[in-house]
Structures are given as C-alpha cells and as structure tokens.
Design a binder for this molecule. Sequence first.
Ligand code: SAH
Length: 472
Amino acid sequence: MDGLNFKKNDLLVVTIEDMGSDGEGIGKFQGYPIFVKDAVIGDVAEVKIVKAKKNYAYGRLEKVLTPSSFRVTPKCAFHKQCGGCQIQALSYEKQLEWKENKVRNNLLRIGGIPKEVLDEVMEPIVGMEYPYHFRNKAQYPVGTDRNGKLITGFYAGRTHSIVANTDCYLGPVENKVILEYVLAFMEKFFIPAYDEQTGKGLVRHVLIRTGFTTGEIMVCVVINGNSLPQSKEFVDGLLGLELNLNKHITSISISPNTKNTNVIMGDSVKTLWGNSYIVDYIGDTKFRISPLSFYQVNPAQTEKLYGLALEYANLTGKETVWDLYCGIGTISLFLAKKAKQVYGVEIVSQAIEDAKENALLNHIENAEFFVGKAEEVLPEKYEKEQIYADVIVVDPPRKGCDEACLNTMVKMKPERIVYVSCDSATLARDLKYLRENGYEIKRVRAVDQFGHSGHVETVCSLVPTSRQRDLS
Ligand code: SAH
C-alpha cells in the first residue's frame, strides 16, 4: 500500500483494537492506524477523519455503533472535555489489564526482554480498592466563562480553557465546598480572576491538598499580586465552612505569581493562617508537606508502591543504600528504617531541605542527602570518594535515567537495583542498558497510581547476572 486513500471529513467504520499511551482508542482501516479519542477497546464506531497523514490518521468519535463490553457509564459528566481523565469510560478491571499490558509490551519491544523472561518475572498489577476520591492534591485554575461568571475546574485536554467543575470524582469531596466558597468570596468582594491573555486580574489557581491520614487540609491561593484583599474575611469564611467531621483546614496561604507563565505556583508562599504545611503519613513515616513540595498524589497506592520497593530491596539492616531522585526523601526514609545507611540525591534544593526536615521529624539519623543531578553527583562521588552501595534505588522523572548515571550504577556493582518508574517506555530503555551491562531482572510489578488516566507506575528489581556473580 502506498499511503492512506481517505481524507479529512471522510466517515469510516472502525473496530477499536487497542489504546495508545494517552488512552486514545486505536483502530485499523485498510491496515493503517486511526487514533480515536474517547473510543475504548472493543468499540465498533463511526469515526470522522479530522487529520489524515501518510501512514496514520486522527478521527473523531461520531457514534458508537456497537459498544465494547468493557464500556461503562463514567461517573463524571465532564470526562470527555476534561483533561484529567482519559479512560473513565473503560471498566476499571480493563484499565488495569491494559496498563499491565502496556508495561509488558514496552519491556518486550523497547527493552528487548524475551517473552519467557517476562512470563517468569512479571507479577500481576496492583490496582486500587476504590478508584475514586484517591487524589490528595488538585490545582484548580480560576477564570470566567463566556458570560463573565467566575468559574473554576480543570483545563480541557491540551488547552487552557477551563471546564467548570468543582466536583471532581478523583479528589476529596470537601474540595467542592471550599471551591464554591472561594468563588462566592471573589464575587462578594469583586475580586477578578486572572486572565492569561491580558495578564490582568488576581486569582490564578486554588491549590487544595489533604493529608488523608491526618485529615489536615491546606488551601493555597495563587495570585497575580502580593496580597489578597479582605484576607481576614477570607480566612474566617474558610474556617467557618462545614466540612466532613474528620477533616479540618490547618493551613491557609497565598502564593504570589505575577509571571506570564504556565508554571502554576509562585516561588514563595505567605501563610495567612495556621501552619505553613500540612502533615501526613505514609505507613508510619511522617511527612511535612509545604505548598511547593512534591508529594505523591495517591497515598494509598504510594504505600503499596514503596512497600514493594522495600520488599524488592530485601534489606537486612546491614546495607548501604543510595536513593537517587529522592524528592523529599519519601522512599529514603522508608528504606532507612531497614538499612544501615541511606544516601539520597535530588536536583531540587528545596526538596532536599524538606528531606532533611522529614528525617529529623521521624528521628531518622542514618539518612544523608545531597543536592545535584544524579548523573553528576554519583559519578563524581564514585571517582573521588569510591562510594559504595549494596542497593541502589532510582525513581526518576518520565525521561528516565541518564546514561552516565546508569553507567556509574553498574560500576558500583550493587547486589540489587530497584527501579521505580512512572514511564515504562524509558524504564524499558534503561533496563536494556542494565541487562547489557551485567544485571538481570528479578521481579517486575505495575502499580496503578492514577486510575482513569493512561499513566502507570512500575517497580522492578535487578540482580547481577549469574555469570557475573560466578566470576566475583
Ligand atoms: N522518590 C520521590 C520523588 C520521585 S519524582 C518520591 O517518591 O516522592 C522524581 C524526582 O527526581 C523529582 O523530585 C525531581 O525533582 C527529581 N529529579 C529530576 N531530574 C533529576 C536529576 N537529573 N537528578 C536528580 N534528581 C532529579
């Protein structure tokens, strides 16, 4: 075949056989893939071509002719417009199966890991018990609708237009009351929303974060200025809200952000009332979380993920462990309780400050933290100080580990490597490197942290290959 012979606005009937990495349906027509947002595996759908390329096309779902047996009625009325969820119309069981397959296929195709090895090392995906109201954090943009009415909600997929919705099924139910109060307060005192086009207006975002184990709630208003008018009334009103009995607001702040930028939070935070942080626990480790710190968004699944990382690390109390990409030290502190010594490395200095603070808070004395790039700190320390590791844990961002980092890791010859990944494509690429350089995969398991989205976390353990072990 020499390219597609259909064009924009053509109507086709397509059977959806797979889903892409963002959860979009994929069907085939004349052997070419057609990507169809909102179509789910198993649908037979009428699709209108919106963009035709040489070897593939994008189509719009016009009508589901025969619904997939995996189709469910989404809880949220805004699931199609909203950029937050991509696969809410797929049953949760099928979402899990799809995510597990996605990890498996990436390891197979990108990582070149043989099927027999995967059959042996892959364990079943860890799903959520109840895939709603699991997120502890949301940042709601504030704006106005066509009629000039103040609204808040979420950005529509790939845009900055706001889908008005204060009642998201992924976050805590109390957020609705808080958000409606913020809008009413703004209306009462004629406080305008920020307008990205003109750079005028005041209120940009509302960040709400909840400690699920402590019930502490943080409200931080991001503003295009240095102060919030009537801030005393604002605080009094917030504190007077009737929330669920176990939840209470313990931190109210503003974060000035006057830059014309996509970055949500400003560089600083001013506390209006209460603490400058909330406290939460993962397992029995306590964390102090400030508005600017990174903290995992799904605490229940995070506990399972870290539990697995710890299990895979197989610590006896004698080990020296390096935790690369350590953030605020969440995994490091988990590991420190079972290791002789933990060293954490992280690029964001504020996060390292938090990590040190969290170590103190938990009376952990065997964890030390370094600011810098993992791919620079590790080789430098290895060359100059001949540092040593029994176990190395990595939890890099989506782009995965830098080769200089992987290279030093294998030179350090740890007994175990535990790789926690939020992108199985880059995980697969890095596993390929590690397998080619003396390590073999022992266990792999996907953990669903982000139900209804296309994302999935994976944890993997590696040990030196048998040949290498025999030589040493
Ligand atoms: N392990 C932590 C954080 C994981 S997120 C947790 O579970 O909470 C990945 C972290 O890697 C982020 O904190 C990010 O700031 C950090 N990071 C990104 N690039 C880095 C690099 N080159 N070297 C070290 N840390 C990096």
